[in-house]
Design a protein around this ligand. Structure first.
Ligand SMILES: Nc1ncnc2c1ncn2[C@@H]1O[C@H](COP(=O)(O)OP(=O)(O)OP(=O)(O)O)[C@@H](O)[C@H]1O
Ligand SMILES: [Mg+2]
Length: 486
């Protein structure tokens, strides 16, 4: 059996399992009992509240507890007359003596206002009029103007945003049941970000736990940095693949803070997992590759006005390529982190190091970083592997730090670093000596001339000459200047 995602595995089975929402639960229980008694207060209830606070969960728990068969319809189905008719037919049918009652769920009716679909709203109103079974609708914002007729025909049940304490309690319980080690700080971090959206909190927890086996603050920060009150990448990818209409895919793509090319990597990585029909796959790749061509042009020529086409192709284009096997859309896939991004982030430090080395060398030899990386670095690496003394002098002269030396030759890094440090020390000593000497000389020069004897002066100049000669010799012998002069 495929592993269930945790949001489904830990969905409340009974009304009592729904955390918080006491008022909503009380109102709903009263309403459903009035249906059971055969004298409904109102035919339909409209559950209103923020995402992931338990609206759909409560409907499912109710159906479970009161023995109703749940008949669902989602926002994307409302446009199809046949779907509404199907639901209406079910709604209008009275429960037989033996059959189970039906609970009709019209999920996310506020999706309708986006479609501006008056026809669908009228169809729902008709359905409420004729129904012989309880109807529940859910919405994130029931107060939209378009929904007024539906509001007037329903019992409005308001759900609260879950508190951080609620979210943390559920997360802790899941960790316990899964036998996963988790840090309190990490739970706090996830709950904080979720802002009352338990669905996203559970998804985050699962993403961290499954990749890393335990939930620590450090891992949370690394894995979840992408999410900032927008959907996590894997949720966006799911939303794109599941889209039946272009606007849904487009909207999903806007709910992420991935950059467009990162999003393309996510789609690229997961496309062959989601779509398996060869012809669908071919169509999808065709769209994706065209998006890639646009991206290439954008990068090369800076024509950002092409961006909408690229995004349209990789989102709506890919989603609408699923024709032969529409069920593939709903297949539960454990989405993969794009290998390319993973590789880039793993090698990021290395690449930065390489850049810095190239910059140091380039400045010295007056060449571009690119030229240094292509033409010089390979040879420098060979020197660092073969000729330690030369390497050390280069390291000192080019001002390479320990990390850079390690990059150039991991096995010789320790020795080269030590030798380079010695060269540095020697050079520093040399410079100090030079400095004190010239300071002394300057002091001598400003001494009043009348105090000096002729002989003294001549011996002084002789001494100066020999000192100069000695210095020249020393410079020739060691130190950086000598090396670079050579
Ligand atoms: N109050 C709650 N008690 C227990 N679990 C909850 C609660 N709210 C949310 N969850 C968990 O989060 C998941 C998503 O919740 P649910 O589908 O009920 O959200 P929703 O309110 O319908 O959100 P949306 O408006 O986005 O559809 C559930 O499967 C469940 O695991
Ligand atoms: Mg819901």
């Amino acid at each position: 059996m495929p592993r269930l995602p945790w949001v489904i595995k830990y969905r409340p089975k009974r009304v009592d399992d729904v955390v918080n929402q006491n008022e909503a639960k009380a109102v709903t229980l009263k309403w459903i009992k009035s249906w059971v008694a055969g004298n409904p207060i109102k035919k339909a209830a409209l559950f209103n509240g923020p995402p992931g606070c338990g609206k759909t969960s409560l409907v499912e728990a109710l159906a479970n507890e009161f023995g109703y068969e749940l008949v669902e319809m989602n926002a994307s189905d409302y446009r199809r007359a046949t779907d509404i008719e199907r639901i209406a037919k079910v709604a209008a049918t009275q429960r037989g003596l033996t059959g189970r009652g039906k609970l009709i769920l019209l999920d996310e009716v506020d999706g309708l206002s986006r479609l501006a679909d008056e026809g669908a709203i009228q169809a729902i109103l008709d359905l409420i009029k004729i129904t012989k079974n309880p109807v529940v609708m859910t919405a994130n914002n029931a107060w939209e103007q378009k929904l007024k007729p539906i509001r007037d025909a329903s019992l409005i049940v308001n759900f609260r945003r879950l508190t951080k304490t609620d979210v943390k309690r559920v997360l802790r319980r899941i960790c316990e049941l899964e036998g996963i080690l988790c840090e309190e700080d990490a739970i706090n971090f996830i709950a904080e970000r979720a802002e009352g959206d338990l669905r996203s909190a559970i998804n985050d927890l699962e993403a961290v736990a499954e990749g890393f086996g335990k939930v620590t603050l450090k891992v949370c920060k690394a894995v979840l940095r992408y999410r900032d009150r927008v959907y996590a990448p894997y949720e966006v990818v799911r939303k794109i693949f599941i889209s039946k209409y272009a606007w849904q895919a487009r909207q999903a793509a806007s709910q992420t803070d991935l950059s467009p090319d990162e999003l393309m990597q996510w789609i690229n990585e997961n496309l062959p997992l989601q779509i398996t029909d060869p012809e669908d796959l071919w169509r999808a790749y065709e769209k994706l590759s065209r998006a890639d061509v646009f991206f290439g042009r954008i990068v090369r020529s800076g024509s950002w006005d092409l961006l909408p086409y690229a995004i349209e192709l990789m989102t709506a284009g890919v989603a609408l390529s699923i024709i032969n096997d529409p069920r593939a859309r709903y297949k539960w896939i454990r989405y993969q982190f794009p290998q390319k991004i993973l590789l880039m982030s793993r090698t990021k430090e290395m690449r930065q190091l390489r850049e810095r080395i190239a910059e140091n060398i380039g400045r010295r030899i007056l060449a571009s970083k690119r030229k240094v990386k292509n033409d010089v670095l390979p040879y420098v690496k060979i020197i660092f592997d073969r000729n330690l003394e030369y390497a050390a002098r280069l390291a000192a002269g080019l001002n390479l730090d320990e990390h850079m030396i390690k990059y150039l030759s991991p096995q010789n890094a320790a020795v080269i670093s030590k030798m380079a440090a010695e060269i540095w020390e020697e050079t520093a000593k040399e410079a100090l000596k030079k400095h004190t000497e010239s300071a002394r000389k300057a002091e001598e020069d400003i001494k009043p001339p009348e105090k000096r004897h002729e002989t003294e002066i001549s011996s002084n100049t002789a001494e100066k000459k020999t000192r100069k000669r000695r210095k020249k010799k020393e410079v020739k012998g060691k130190g950086l200047d000598a090396f670079f002069k050579k």
